[in-house]
Design a protein. Structure first.
Lengths: 259, 285
């Protein structure tokens, strides 16, 4: 957890050359472009490898222009590996069809291909999100979502999560320290009850804080809607970015489906 | 003298039956800086929450020329700036700019005027450099100053600070004192940091068990050791209030008298030249 805190949470999350053309794009262009890419990758049939190649090429170019290096990307997507493995690792064993000997194991060839395709989809989707996060601050992303007509309530909730995640993480760390300071060192499942009480305390604290935040909002004239300082400009460069991403991916996707 | 705050026989009982305010009387004039001193549990925060109608008790309460009642809430909250004890409660928007603009936009200002207010309020607390940052990236002292800016941006007639020095290290506390000292506005400072009160405020009242039990010049109140200990208050060992205010006036008052004779180029003058959405500009003195 602390790695995540130090790296992604307590900074802006930006990486690479923060003055690059990609960083300077309107966040709406990046959200539309990268989200579109993710949707294309995820909805593509399993065998459509050219589409994956096109998506990967676009992401590679975006990363290169933004100056986000492979180390940063690897550092930020590695948490994905256990998830993908957990979901997809059984595919090669449960699919039928011709079998391949893989050392001592006998696996389905179709299953292996499906496993590879699912992994690629996950990596492409995550890379898109990571690149968005590395080139756009979270507040700008929220503003973009709001302007793209995502329901305000969702954007508001995401904003509060972002704002208070740090506060809650700090509280969890303090409570863990308090447990450790009093010799808490669970050796059996029975002793894990203390974790439950920590969770309860955390919930109650979060609830009390929610009340106080609401009072603070009322104090500054909150009357049901959060006003926005709208200062984004969608310029020609942004349109070009979206158009280029679409031009590189959509034809491949369409040809692949027709074929 | 017109009053910024006029409370008479204010009473409040929490839903669990605990009596927090038991007949509180307090009058504060324009331009005064008043410290409300009291131990934990004296009803300080409860009283503060009454000032902009977050809590409603029995008795009569008029703040910034507005009777506290249902139909006056909007105006009341525009005129009373409340700075919460925990800046993490006060700063709820993703960036400092959004947070400081929240109040002015709610007052109905357009974007450009709101941004001018943001700039001025952050300059007043010396936090201009943090405008694009997220609150969690700031130190506690910086968060406190931004929290004050969020309220200043609304140009309230009365500035109310709840325990402003809580969790601050000596340097952040000193910076906060300097920032507040330059703000020319009626101020109510709720605290049990007695030296802080002595440096900032010329008048002090003691709130104990839901009542005002003492009211007078800050240095006189702080010099009465017996009364302080009766109400569970205590000066730090070796602190001599008369040295903060050697001629019977607080340092704050002397500074303000000096600054009044100087050419006026404070930020309040710039701000009060702007049209105000809250009705009155309320530029303090």
């Amino acid at each position: 957890m602390s790695g995540l805190c130090n790296h992604a949470l307590h900074g802006t999350g930006l990486a690479g050359n923060t003055a690059s053309p990609v960083h300077r794009l309107d966040p709406r262009a990046k959200v539309v472009g990268l989200l579109g890419l993710t949707v294309v990758a995820v909805t593509t049939p399993l065998h459509a490898w050219p589409v994956y190649a096109a998506c990967a090429a676009v992401l590679a170019v975006v990363a290169a222009v933004a100056g986000v290096g492979p180390r940063t990307l690897w550092h930020r997507i590695r948490f994905l590996i256990p998830l993908v493995l957990f979901v997809a690792v059984f595919l090669p064993f449960v699919r039928g069809g011709s079998q391949v000997e893989l050392g001592p194991l006998s696996v389905s060839q179709a299953g292996l291909a499906a496993f590879a395709a699912v992994s690629i989809k996950a990596v492409l989707g995550t890379l898109s999100a990571v690149l968005l996060g590395a080139t756009t601050t979270f507040p700008s992303t929220l503003r973009a979502l709001e302007l793209l007509r995502v329901p305000r309530l969702f954007v508001l909730i995401a904003g509060f999560v972002y704002r208070y995640l740090f506060v809650v993480v700090d509280e969890v760390q303090r409570m863990r320290a308090a447990l450790a300071a009093r010799g808490y060192h669970p050796r059996s499942a029975l002793q894990a009850a203390a974790i439950g009480r920590v969770a309860t305390a955390l919930f109650l604290r979060a609830h009390a804080r929610g009340e106080r935040v609401y009072l603070a909002m009322l104090s500054r004239g909150y009357a049901g809607s959060v006003p926005a300082l709208d200062s984004l400009r969608f310029g020609p460069a942004d349109a070009v970015f979206v158009a280029v991403v679409a031009a590189l991916i959509l034809p491949v996707r369409i040809l692949e489906v027709v074929a | 003298m017109t009053c910024v705050l006029d409370a008479h026989d204010l009473r409040y009982r929490y839903p669990d039956g605990r009596e927090a305010l038991r007949g509180l009387d307090l009058t504060i004039g324009h331009g005064e800086r008043v410290a409300v001193l009291g131990p934990n549990g004296a009803g300080k925060t409860t009283f503060v929450f009454h000032l902009n109608g977050l809590l409603r008790g029995d008795g009569r309460l008029e703040v910034a020329g507005v009777e506290v009642e249902d139909k006056s809430m909007r105006e009341l909250r525009a005129r009373v700036g409340l700075v919460f004890q925990d800046p993490d409660d006060q700063l709820f928007m993703p960036t400092v700019r959004d947070d400081v603009a929240f109040g002015p936009l709610n007052l109905g200002l357009d974007r450009d005027r709101a941004l001018v207010r943001v700039e001025q309020a952050l300059a007043a607390v010396r936090m201009e450099h943090a405008v694009d940052r997220a609150p969690h990236q700031l130190s506690m002292g910086e968060r406190r100053r931004v929290a004050i800016a969020t309220v200043l941006a609304m140009q309230p007639e009365l500035l109310v600070l709840d325990e402003p020095t809580a969790n601050l290290d000596p340097r952040a506390r000193r910076e906060l004192l300097q920032v507040l000292d330059r703000i020319d506005r009626t101020m109510l400072v709720v605290t049990h940091d007695l030296p802080f009160a002595a440096e900032l405020c010329e008048r002090a009242v003691i709130l104990s068990a839901g009542r005002i039990v003492a009211d007078g010049a800050c240095c006189a109140i702080l010099a009465d050791e017996r009364m302080l200990s009766e109400h569970d208050l205590e000066l730090p060992a070796g602190f001599d209030p008369s040295r903060v205010a050697p001629d019977g006036q607080s340092r704050a008052l002397r500074l303000r008298q000096r600054s009044r004779t100087r050419a006026s180029r404070g930020w309040e003058q710039q701000i009060s030249a702007l049209p105000s959405a809250g009705g009155s500009t309320g530029s303090g003195l």
